[in-house]
Write a protein that binds this ligand. Structure first.
Ligand code: SAM
Length: 261
């Protein structure tokens, strides 16, 4: 009997309908598949049934990795490591389809790392990822809503994102206190070019530092009141950070980048 480790966000998905649904979202047959945090291998088994060409999993928990080796023998390659330390870009020669019922405590860290490191040659063709519902709501939030913020802006920069469904706590064991949401991500063909993603991080961090205040102060802090930028991007300094649409943030990051180069 496996005792779930809270520190590793171990809530194992047991609902067979949801497991089936996840593996029907995108084609798996003959694809290169990567699963993050396979745990006890519930989703892993469902993915295997769909016959991927190559299947690799990354699991940090040593005991779970040993169990997975016993359970699945030679059907997949198992990397017993922290996903945050893996260079996914160089794992495969073809684009991967990525699945993950992510450990909630580091889910945004994983996604931010991937987005930050994405060059224009995406190493994946899509991501099917489970998040805590509150986090998913922030990822997909539109501007002018309370959930809109840094995470929405950074995640939507290079990726199209769709919510598949919300999932009840009863679908997991042990049962978490929160709802989860399943999101589907696929690369955008066109996105606003920002050479250094740190500039987008910086702009969003400064603007959303005080989300209830008007944007005059953060704008002046970054752009020293530059009227040319205000006119070009048609920005009204009496607005609040959540009132600027997503493209305006990408353009602000571009302007900030130009200013510093
Ligand atoms: N995929 C399984 C399922 O749906 O039943 C388990 C999901 S559970 C929410 C998260 C899994 O990620 C656990 O197996 C946990 O040990 C693993 N994990 C936690 N932190 C990790 C990390 N930094 N790198 C890789 N795996 C991690």
């Amino acid at each position: 009997m496996i005792k779930a480790k809270k520190s590793l966000g171990q809530n194992f998905l047991i609902d067979k309908n949801i497991l089936e649904k996840i593996t029907n979202i995108t084609k798996i047959k003959d694809k290169i598949v990567l699963e993050i945090g396979p745990g006890t291998g519930n989703l892993t088994s469902y993915i295997l049934k769909k016959k991927p060409k190559k299947f690799c999993v990354i699991e940090k928990d040593e005991q779970l990795a040993i169990n997975l080796r016993e359970k699945f023998n030679n059907q997949l390659s198992i990397i017993n490591n922290d996903v945050l330390k893996i260079d996914e870009e160089n794992l495969f020669r073809e684009k991967a389809t990525v699945f993950g019922n992510l450990p909630y405590n580091i889910s945004t860290e994983i996604l931010s790392k991937w987005i930050k490191n994405l060059n224009n040659n995406f190493w994946f063709d899509c991501l099917v990822l489970m998040f805590q519902k509150e986090v998913a709501d922030r990822i997909i939030a539109e501007f002018n809503t309370k959930n809109y913020g840094r995470l929405s802006i950074i995640c939507n920069w290079k990726l199209n994102i769709h919510k598949i469904c919300d999932i009840k706590p009863e679908a997991f064991k042990p049962k978490p206190k929160i709802y989860s949401s399943l999101l589907f991500f696929h690369p955008k063909k066109n996105f606003i070019k920002i050479n250094d993603p740190n500039n987008l991080e910086k702009v969003t961090r400064v603007f959303f530092n005080q989300r209830r205040k008007m944007i005059k102060k953060p704008f002046n802090q970054l752009f020293n009141g530059d009227q040319r930028v205000l006119n070009k991007l048609k920005i009204n300094l009496n607005l609040r950070p959540q009132n600027l649409n997503i493209d305006t943030y990408y353009k602000l990051a571009q302007e900030y980048e130009n200013l510093r180069s």
